[in-house]
Design a protein around this ligand. Structure first.
Ligand code: URA
Length: 227
């Protein structure tokens, strides 16, 4: 993300304080110089895993048990993206492993895929303490890892899992009701928004709508395959 986009993003989120901006400038310089260093060397999966593993770019490194890189097929056509690891994910080092994770696996199965055939990642690679909302600065500093994952996986379709992930990926405050049911484009890749499985566990009445979201994602993918 370039400096202008980054500052726009913060502005939209209402963060304009002098102190944060100074931190941002430092971070921007670090990210730009990291990018300059890495652009000449082709990226690779092992390097990326190591970078995530050793990351100390924000305060979440102090509270995490471990990073959650993501898991699945590094050549997947489908990339599922959640917002941030929770307690169990932090303990096990894997995304979506609790009851909601079980339901996500079932949702993936419902469209004829397996958890192993897709890739599942989060926007943040570390759990925010007490599962609080991610801070803007954490999203910004972690953004590069997801971008690198996207570049290496080169998915044909992306699925944003839940409101938090959808809003952050699409940089919008629109409610989930407006974001689902539509095929978005992110970096020229179609992106479909689905209900978070944790929400579905609380509201089983939304199962039908969740099925529609999955069908939309599947139809979008199938259309790509026939082009
Ligand atoms: N919710 C998420 O968004 N990601 C996880 O990994 C687990 C729960």
């Amino acid at each position: 993300m370039d400096e202008a986009t980054r500052l726009d993003y913060l502005k939209v989120m209402g963060i304009e304080c002098w102190h944060v901006r100074e931190t941002l400038e430092q971070n921007t310089k670090t990210t730009i110089s990291n990018k300059m260093e890495t652009t000449s060397i082709p990226d690779n999966w092992e390097q990326l895993k190591q970078d995530v593993n050793n990351c100390q770019q924000c305060e979440l490194c102090q509270s995490r048990t471990q990073t959650v890189f993501g898991e699945g097929n590094p050549n997947a056509d489908w990339l599922f993206i959640g917002e941030a690891p929770g307690e169990q994910e932090d303990l096990q080092g894997k995304p979506f492993v609790d009851l909601a994770g079980f339901l996500l696996t079932e949702m993936i199965r419902a469209i004829g895929l397996t958890r192993e055939s897709v890739f599942i990642a989060n926007i943040l690679k570390c759990r925010p303490p007490d599962d609080r909302d991610p801070k803007a600065i954490e999203i910004i500093t972690c953004h590069d890892y997801l971008s690198r994952q996207k570049a290496l996986i080169s998915p044909k379709i992306m699925v944003a899992v839940g409101r938090g992930a959808a809003q952050k990926l699409l940089k919008t405050d629109e409610p989930l009701s407006k974001l689902r049911g539509v095929v978005h484009q992110l970096d020229n890749i179609p992106l479909v928004v689905v209900y978070h499985p944790a929400y579905l566990l609380r509201r089983l009445s939304q199962k039908q709508a969740a099925w529609q979201d999955l069908q939309l994602a599947l139809k979008t993918y199938q259309k790509l395959e026939t082009v």
